[in-house]
Design a protein around this ligand. Sequence first.
Ligand SMILES: Nc1nc2c(ncn2[C@@H]2O[C@H](COP(=O)(O)OP(=O)(O)O)[C@@H](O)[C@H]2O)c(=O)[nH]1
Ligand SMILES: [Mg+2]
Length: 542
Amino acid sequence: MALLYRSFWIDAAFNSLLRPERRWKYELDFHQTVATFVTNPFCVLPARAPRVHMAFSFQDMVEEARLSARALMDYGEHFFNPTVRLGVTGLSRAGKTVFITALIHGLTRGGRFPVFEAYASGRIARAHLAPQPDDAVPRFAYENHLRALIEERRWPNSTVDISELRLVIDYQRQNGADRNLTLDIVDYPGEWLLDLPLLQKSYEQWSAESLALSREAPRAHLATEWHAHLSTLKGEAREDEQATLTAAKLFTGYLRACRDERFAMSLLPPGRFLMPGSLADTPALTFAPLEVPADGQAPVGSLWAMMVRRFEAYKDVVVRPFFREHFARLDRQIVLADALAAFNSGPEALHDLEAALAGILDCFRIGRSTFLSSLFRPRIDRILFAATKADHLHHSSHDRLEAVLRRAVARAATRAESTGAEIDVVALAAVRATREAQVAHGRDRLPSILGTPTAGESAGGEFFDGNTEVATFPGDLPADPEALFNGTDAYRGLSTGAAEKSDFRFLRFRPPKLERERTEEPALPHIRLDRALQFLIGDKLQ
Ligand SMILES: Nc1nc2c(ncn2[C@@H]2O[C@H](COP(=O)(O)OP(=O)(O)O)[C@@H](O)[C@H]2O)c(=O)[nH]1
Ligand SMILES: [Mg+2]
């Protein structure tokens, strides 16, 4: 049975709730949104792709030598100063910047973390920022992000590069001894992580997989223009810069369209095509798939050979340095996922998210199987998957959101058992933008959330000004996550409607209004951020 969920808006003090014309502005049928999986639209996932182990090449030997030098340097530093490198990743807009800002603010300014044991029991004397340690990595702009959140009540500007910040935690061990723990927090785009599987693929394999994926719904529709151009290309033809430029441009356009909010696809390698930074327009970012035999050999001087060369350059210039300089040095990892955006978009986006999470988990295995010595292995021994923005749901649904993510990660996690890492799942909101209330409707009491939609948001034809508080009844997630993955109702999500008619199931709320008590900086409210902290660093503070 489909349940009707409705939202309606109120003035600041609930008054207009009582005015009948303001009620039931629009309907949300969340139940249908999520119980919609008809088929499995995936036939080509990174996790299922044939696993080719690279021959141990000269390239690998050079790479190992570099890694070992790096590892020794890190070890020396670690010896005098126990350090945990915490990787924070997730696709663009997953909530990395907000998560790190809230985490640092909470630890340095007295946040409420009852489940973070060392903190709650008073063993943490203080936490403070220290100079950013890596000379070539931008510093995480904590102060700017915090000012945006607290003083301007707006979300921080989006960032597309890696950044890093060092936090030192002075604490007392359980046996009473005073210690300090250095926590290096590294914020890097999840898109880069999804590039790691390319290290194990040939150009021909990558081409075949990308093409197969682009022929699935809803991608096929978005790829029409690129496919039309592709059909004019012959891999054996002479190399041709202009044809390559056009192919790369159309291919990038297709990737960008997939990432659009309405489709919310997650699996879009090569990641740097969508965030090129200083590499924009370089040959390493100017290539595209071709229709060539997966086990074939490119003729010398051909278009195909040119694509192969550039694909290999992408690995050399982009993927390997990321692996060596960043990924291989992490100790702990949190992977943030905006599962609600995927629900919002429809079933394909959820399956895509599942595939992307599988791809991410594969990275940890790839690291282990590719490089031989234990010195060079990624040392990550705990991975936390977190569904962000849980404040869009009533607390009665938080466990269910967690269950959905757990279900999405489960398959990949069983395959990835050999990673040797402990894996957990949490639904959290790093910054809680909503409050909860029971709103009476006739005899029913609806578990609702209250928040201020950002200016320009609309629902049911109503546009919000950024100052009006709204009560919405976001609906429940299904009690059994299986219903979500095997459901037969055919809700198609945002991806089927025209962009301007999109029925967003979740409003964007402004960050919360905080009351300053005397001069003290107020703590940012959160949901389960302390549980994440306990899992990620709790054991290092014993
Ligand atoms: N309500 C709510 N929104 C959030 C939260 N975290 C992130 N967001 C929203 O998600 C957007 C992207 O977050 P951001 O941290 O910039 O993502 P990043 O690209 O992964 O760094 C923000 O602009 C907010 O609109 C949260 O805890 N609660
Ligand atoms: Mg960011």
